[in-house]
Design a protein around this ligand. Structure first.
Ligand SMILES: C/C(=C\Cc1cc(O)c2ccccc2c1O)CCC[C@H](C)CCC[C@H](C)CCCC(C)C
Ligand code: SAM
Length: 230
């Protein structure tokens, strides 16, 4: 799938995205996102960036950490996802307001060395060029600061892998089918097969110029967080 197809896919599923994520992960996606925010090192007063922000969960969690003296930016190329993110944050009266930017994360309209911390949730697997994405994160991050990148993975354990594939085929795709989004959710499994392993992601991060890179498998290896320091 090219970038336009990915953008159109996330535009289409925007109305059901939050409900499906919550139901299919039994609410656990919020725990994995909280771990990601913690590992990004976000603290009061920080200027924070959430890439591939979608409906804005991670950006909202960052704003709780950054507080009134901090600033949070959320970037996504899907206008429909950003609309959900903007509505949700306005309804919650988040202060100061989050800056929502519609852009490709491979070409950010942001300055070099601007951010104290960066998060990305379920975005890296969907970008068309992972190394370029990591280089762009490196460019906008301040020296010494961290990015934490959460995504779904194929687990090492054959047993958990079989369970994951069963869950995708028998629970995720049928649930999406009932809402008219079969192909959109059937895309997850092949995207997992193409996604670099944690060890490969560490090597790519080093190639992008990061001084430290560690990958933490979570949820039995079905999820993982890459933590990188500029
Ligand atoms: C956070 C979730 C999904 C994000 C998501 C990512 C994508 O790339 C998509 C692409 C296309 C359409 C939709 C998405 C998308 O929603 C929700 C997680 C749902 C998972 C399928 C839940 C998997 C649960 C594990 C099998 C649980 C195993 C835990 C256990 C400890 C072994
Ligand atoms: C699976 S959603 C994740 C949303 C949110 N981070 C979350 O954790 O719920 C992936 C998001 O990445 C966005 N995305 C994918 N590739 C992108 C790119 N190259 N530039 C900007 N956004 C992108 C999609 O529009 C979509 O909203």
């Amino acid at each position: 799938m090219n970038s336009d197809h990915i953008q159109a896919l996330f535009d289409r599923i925007a109305p059901v995205y939050d409900e499906l994520n919550h139901g299919l992960s039994f609410g656990m996606h919020r725990i994995w996102k909280q771990m990601t925010v913690k590992w990004s090192g976000a603290k009061p007063g920080d200027t924070c960036l959430d890439l591939c922000c979608g409906s804005g969960d991670l950006a909202q969690m960052l704003s709780e950490k950054a507080g009134r003296t901090g600033q949070v930016y959320g970037v996504d190329f899907s206008a429909a996802q950003l609309e959900v993110a903007r509505d949700r944050s306005e309804r919650r009266c988040i202060k100061p307001p989050i800056h929502w930017i519609q852009s490709d994360v491979l070409n950010l309209p942001l300055s070099d060395n601007q951010f104290d911390c960066i998060t990305m949730g379920y975005g890296l697997r969907n970008v068309v060029d992972i190394l370029s994405s990591l280089k762009e994160i490196h460019r906008v991050l301040k020296p010494g600061s961290k990015a934490a990148i959460l995504d779904m993975h194929r687990p090492d354990s054959a047993f958990v892998r079989t369970f994951q594939q069963w869950y995708l085929d028998e629970v995720v795709v049928p649930a999406a089918q009932r809402m008219g989004f079969t192909e959109e959710y059937a895309y997850i499994a092949p995207s997992l097969d193409k996604f670099p392993t944690g060890r490969e992601q560490v090597r790519l991060a080093e190639q992008a110029g990061f001084t430290t890179a560690t990958h933490y498998p979570i949820a039995g290896g079905t999820m993982g967080v890459l933590v990188i320091t500029k």
